[in-house]
Design a protein around this ligand. Structure first.
Ligand code: M6R
Length: 594
């Protein structure tokens, strides 16, 4: 997730930019850079890696500058591909968020005119276009240049020996912060909230000029316009949560967007990985915690859709297991890419001669260096310790992998694959419907308060979802809970059932539904309160105390929807119990020790 900060005024721009970029760090990035304009030129410092490695003190500070944190899209993370970019003369520098769709054509044209490029990015064309069309006035030139661009952009540009910053916005956010004798610009409010809470949001098509004492904005018709001054009421911490009380809730609500991002460009197959080249007689999925539950869903999907035998194993167990004659294609799943056990398992799988693929959310994370290939989930940064949107997008990846493998083995018909992909495309909409019904789920969460133990039961694809529901509740609400395959309760856990042990029963109308109704009947006769989550059914309604229905989808796709209900159930329970939802006791976002 790229971030932008700009400053012009009387203070130390370098410090302001670094602090602002630091405020955006939680969004994730793979490189950072700043450009400061001085009398004798523009000083640029940029580097792949963390902000603290930037060594920005190596360049002189001035009172005007722009800064950027980059999340790679065009071109891998590298020093060269980091922003800011300058033109050939070094007199102009820019930072850019978004994607310029027509950059190839523009770049060719600029090269033919003699411009020299230093990166693989789409963004660099902007500085060269500014140079090429420069008419003596930076903001005027930017107005000309943005007309040539197709795509999304938030652009900030500066020029040597000037106190002006020229900015433009189209489908990528940009906000101007108003100060006294100084002004700010940023992609996101947290970057400037340390200095001002008075802002103007730019609209699509706007171009603006910032000087220390003035902000002027032109709309897409080149008319000088006023944009309302908005007073930000949030604190820094609130702002980073986008107005939600907790990161976890924000991240639950971000799931439609996250699913969309993870599907983007992949519904016709992966462009980054050719699964067809691997021997996939047998597949092993390895991971920890919530990622292990995604792996378990993946096991069912790969077996159901691609008809390939598959196991899901815990990384901490796999790494000490005995090697066998088999060398299965091994998929490591880790949202952070930093989990010590999973990284060790990746190394062990390689040592055993297996081909390895990582599914992770974090570019440049350690696991990406240990495996043969990587697929990124593109869920966006997840701050809450409880994994939510990263789990959902891992599961999305499992569908895509299973479909791809099914086509490869020819056990899945092309038409069926297309139906599955169409169904995946509709998932964000279904999740939105569920999120709109959060209040109903909040009401049901009352039933979990004061429970001694809680069981989550499900069958087949929804058995891992039961495990995940139980983990989420334990993790953030500190209530002991256990996930079970519904058919297993009678083999022991029945002894614990009382009217103080609620059971959350996942009941969708798949081939196990009749059996599930039988299991629920058995539980009901032990007086346990039953919260059913699944499809509407009169019999189910009769047996359960509460029924939370999910939008009607082919049951193969029910895990994602059911899981959203369980996430909200855990969230609201923890909320009512006043638990530290985002930072549960004793837990860390990534477990980098064994
Ligand atoms: O980063 P990873 O996906 O490898 O993390 C694995 C587990 O530590 C993680 O899923 C943990 O269980 C979550 N906090 C659960 O919400």
């Amino acid at each position: 997730m790229c971030g932008i900060v700009g400053y012009t005024g009387k203070n130390n721009a370098r410090e302001i930019l670094l602090k602002g970029l630091g405020r955006l760090e939680y969004r994730g990035y793979d490189s950072a850079g700043v450009a400061l304009a001085g009398e004798s030129g523009i000083y640029i410092q940029k580097k792949k890696g963390r902000l603290k490695e930037l060594d920005a003190k190596e360049i002189p500070s001035t009172n005007i500058g722009i800064g950027h944190t980059r999340w790679a899209t065009h071109g891998k993370p590298s020093n060269e591909n980091s922003h800011p970019f300058s033109d050939c003369t070094g007199d102009i520098a820019i930072v850019h968020n978004g994607i310029i769709d027509n950059f190839i054509h523009l770049k060719e044209d600029l090269i033919n005119k003699g411009h020299e490029f230093t990166s693989e990015t789409d963004s660099e064309i902007i500085s060269h276009l500014l140079e090429e069309h420069f008419n003596g006035d930076l903001v005027d030139t930017l107005k000309i240049v943005v007309k040539m661009l197709k795509g999304s952009f938030a652009i900030c540009a500066l020029q040597k020996d000037s106190k002006n910053i020229a900015v433009a916005r189209n489908q990528s956010p940009l906000v101007i912060g108003l100060g006294v004798g100084e002004n700010f610009v940023a992609s996101d409010v947290p970057a400037i909230l340390d200095y001002t809470n008075e802002v103007k949001y730019l609209e699509d098509g706007d171009v603006a000029l910032l000087t220390p004492n003035e902000v002027r904005i032109w709309d897409s018709q080149d008319a000088l316009v006023e944009r309302d001054v908005v007073e930000i009421q949030w604190t820094i911490e609130d702002a980073e949560k986008g107005g939600y009380e907790h990161y976890m809730l924000k991240e639950i609500h971000e799931q439609p967007k996250a699913i969309h991002a993870s599907l983007l460009g992949r519904l016709g197959g992966f462009t980054e990985v050719d699964l067809g080249k691997y021997d996939t007689e047998f597949i092993r999925l390895i991971s920890c915690g919530t990622s292990y539950h995604a792996a378990l869903v993946g096991k069912y999907l790969i077996e159901d859709i691609a008809r390939i035998p598959c196991t899901a194993e815990l990384a901490s167990e796999y790494r000490y297991s005995s090697p066998s004659e088999l060398h299965p294609f091994t998929i490591l799943i880790s949202q952070s890419g930093e989990t010590a056990d999973t990284i060790a398992a990746a190394k062990e799988a390689k040592r055993r001669g297996c081909k390895t693929l990582a599914v992770t959310n974090v570019m440049n994370s350690s696991i990406t260096r240990e495996v043969d290939e990587v697929i990124f989930t593109h869920a966006g940064p997840e701050i809450g310790v409880a994994a939510t949107k990263t789990f959902t997008t891992q599961v999305i990846m499992m569908y895509l992998i299973a479909i791809e493998l099914g086509l490869k083995t020819k056990r899945l018909l092309r038409e069926t694959a297309q139906e599955y992909r169409d169904e995946l495309r509709r998932i964000p909409r279904h999740v939105r419907v569920l999120l709109d019904r959060s209040e109903d789920i909040e009401r049901v969460s009352e039933k979990l308060i004061g429970a001694d133990d809680i069981f989550f039961v499900g069958r087949h694809l929804n058995y891992p979802v039961a495990l995940e529901g139980a983990l989420k509740l334990k993790e953030i609400a500190y209530i002991h809970s256990a996930g079970y395959p519904a058919g297993e309760l009678k083999h022991g856990p029945f002894a614990l059932l009382t009217n103080r042990t609620p059971v959350v029963a996942i009941s969708v109308k798949d081939h196990t539904f009749e059996k599930m109704l039988g299991n629920i009947g058995e539980i009901a006769s032990r007086d346990s309160p039953i919260i059913a989550v699944g499809d509407h059914d009169p019999e189910l309604e009769k047996l359960s105390d509460d029924l939370i229905t999910v939008p009607s989808v082919p049951t193969l796709f029910s895990p994602i929807l059911v899981n959203v209900v369980l996430q909200l159930l855990a969230y609201y329970t923890a909320y009512k119990l006043e638990c530290a939802i985002d930072k549960p006791r004793n837990l860390a976002k990534s477990v980098t020790v064994e």
